[in-house]
Design a protein around this ligand. Structure first.
Ligand SMILES: Cc1cc2nc3c(=O)[nH]c(=O)nc-3n(C[C@H](O)[C@H](O)[C@H](O)COP(=O)(O)OP(=O)(O)OC[C@H]3O[C@@H](n4cnc5c(N)ncnc54)[C@H](O)[C@@H]3O)c2cc1C
Length: 482
């Protein structure tokens, strides 16, 4: 009997544990360790953050779903990994602190470990950033509720005749997830129009991207109606149509009440005043401490300095021009311990996808690589498949899910209304550009596409319901693609 432990119940971990349970025989056990009692369909937090839907619509309790499927659930936050066991036993284990109110520590032994702990929201890296400080966020349902309340207050002030300044974007020079900030700013603009106060609002998209539309993927070329455009043109045109101004190449260095302080790539420092600011935090990894059998710390063996887990990637430091698609991991297996995997955002990327940039003051200002929902889920499923194979006697992982061989589709909401809403549907292949295979653009333009319109919103609505249905492991869930 094998015991598989999955850390994290987000897009990647939940997919991994669901497929592990589906594919493994009853004699093997699947345990999920995760600090929150609920699953959150994060993409729809955007709609919570503009007050369009309630937070209950984007979460559901995990325990009943796991109970139904015979998956053990431990509500706890993992802190340490002991891949060689300890002096009392050679069985590997993790130690987690319960988050169900008891504060107890729990030791969870494993034969296979999947680290799918996603990002740690690192608001602290920018003084004054984030909930409880001077800006709002939509990364968690609770944050999004606060953002909606703050937006409502601004709308009331505008209805009373006041003008309001909105700043939306990235709260640090090394943020990722620019796509989420993009979705939020266009949804916010849509809600202001719907509320009849658009004329009282100034909206600025403040980003660390070199050009808007970079999205941490170095931008992309899109084939449209017989010609090719860059995502910069696509994004600028969406902003221009909606009267949203943009400021690129900016590192937010501090947020004070009503003022964002930034440095840009030229090294200049400046300020942006605001009445409402939704700025995403930079991400770091869960940051586990790792110990060997004797109790000596060996964190560096498994975890990169940014807290993400090292896997089968090429982590050699090299200049941008030497970056290769093949540097990206294939199986997400740890090279230090064959029974440890990292899926979704939790794996350490070998390097960025966007070109790294540094201001004359030495401040890095460039998006970190994104790992959106579709690749995170696909990686989780592939990791599950490989573990099932290894439990069945395979000598190692057989299946790959490299982001340099995988496409992604993203439907980005641009206004939530069944009749006059819209969304941008984008597909890209591969996610990590491969200039050896596609020398012109690094990507296959036959599969890289972008379009915006009302039907995009209907698809986004459908995806919301479909992915929540799938995550609830309702009948036929495994037939719904990742
Ligand atoms: C506002 C927003 C909007 C987005 N919109 C889109 C979109 O439209 N389309 C898209 O494709 N992607 C979107 N994304 C990105 C998408 O949410 C991520 O790609 C996806 O959630 C990553 O999956 P993951 O499993 O790696 O991490 P997560 O989904 O974040 O899951 C991580 C899990 O690990 C748990 N965890 C954390 N620390 C520990 C610990 N120490 N021990 C145990 N468990 C732990 C967490 O509680 C959570 O359950 C959006 C992201 C944001 C923030």
């Amino acid at each position: 009997m094998a015991k598989v432990v999955v850390l994290g119940a987000g897009v990647s971990g939940h997919t991994a544990s669901s497929f592990l349970r589906k594919w493994l025989g009853k004699s093997h056990s699947v345990t999920v360790v995760s600090p929150k009692p609920v699953y959150n369909w994060i993409p729809s937090n955007i709609w919570v953050g503009v007050g369009k839907i309630s937070p209950e619509k984007v979460v559901f309790p995990l325990q009943p779903v796991y109970e139904r499927k015979n998956i053990e659930f431990i509500q706890a936050r993992a802190h340490t990994i002991h891949p060689e066991g300890d002096e009392s036993s050679s069985t590997p284990f993790i130690v987690a602190g319960r988050t169900d109110g008891s504060n107890d520590s729990v030791r969870v032994p494993y034969d296979y470990l999947v680290n799918a702990t996603g990002p740690k929201l690192d608001f602290g890296r920018t003084p004054g950033l984030g909930p409880g400080h001077n800006s709002v966020s939509v990364c968690e349902p609770g944050h999004a509720v606060e953002a909606a309340a703050s937006l409502k207050e601004s709308i009331s002030k505008m209805r009373a005749g006041e003008r309001q300044k909105f700043v939306v974007g990235t709260g640090h020079g090394l943020c990722t997830c620019e796509g989420a900030a993009w979705e939020y700013v266009v949804n916010l603009e849509f809600e202001l129009r719907r509320s009849g106060v658009r004329d009282k609002a100034e909206i600025l998209f403040l980003t660390n991207e070199y050009e808007v539309g970079d999205f941490g993927m170095g931008g992309m070329h899109l084939k449209r109606g017989g010609y090719v455009i860059h995502s910069k043109t696509f994004t600028e045109s969406v902003f221009a149509e909606r009267g949203i101004k943009w400021q690129t190449r900016s590192h937010v260095k501090a947020v004070e009440p009503g003022v964002v302080h930034f440095e840009d790539l030229s090294g200049a420092h400046g300020e942006v005043p605001f009445d409402f600011a939704m700025l995403l935090p930079p991400f770091k990894g869960a940051g586990f401490t790792v110990f060997d059998k004797s109790g000596a710390e060996i964190t560096e063996k498994l975890i990169a300095p940014n807290g993400f887990m090292k896997v089968d990637a090429n982590y050699e430091q090299k200049p941008f021009e030497k970056w290769l698609a093949s540097d990206w991991p294939t199986t997400y297996q740890s090279t230090a311990y064959a029974n440890v995997f990292a899926a979704g955002i939790a794996f350490a990327p070998p390097h960025g996808i966007s070109r790294p940039m540094v201001s004359p003051n030495g401040t890095p200002i460039a998006p970190a690589p994104p790992r959106t929902g579709m690749p995170s889920a696909s990686i989780g499923k592939t990791v599950a498949r490989n573990i099932v194979g290894m439990i069945g006697g395979e000598p190692g992982p057989r299946y790959g899910a490299s982001m340099s061989k995988m496409g992604a589709a993203c439907v980005a909401s641009a206004g939530a209304s069944l009749w006059n809403g819209s969304a941008a549907a984008m597909t890209v292949f591969p996610i990590v550009p491969d200039f050896d295979t596609y020398p012109d653009y690094g990507r296959d333009l036959g599969y890289t596409f972008g379009e915006i319109g009302l039907s995009g919103h209907w698809i986004k609505q459908l995806l919301h319901h479909m992915f929540l249905y799938k995550a609830k492991l309702r009948p036929g869930w495994s037939l719904i693609p990742e």
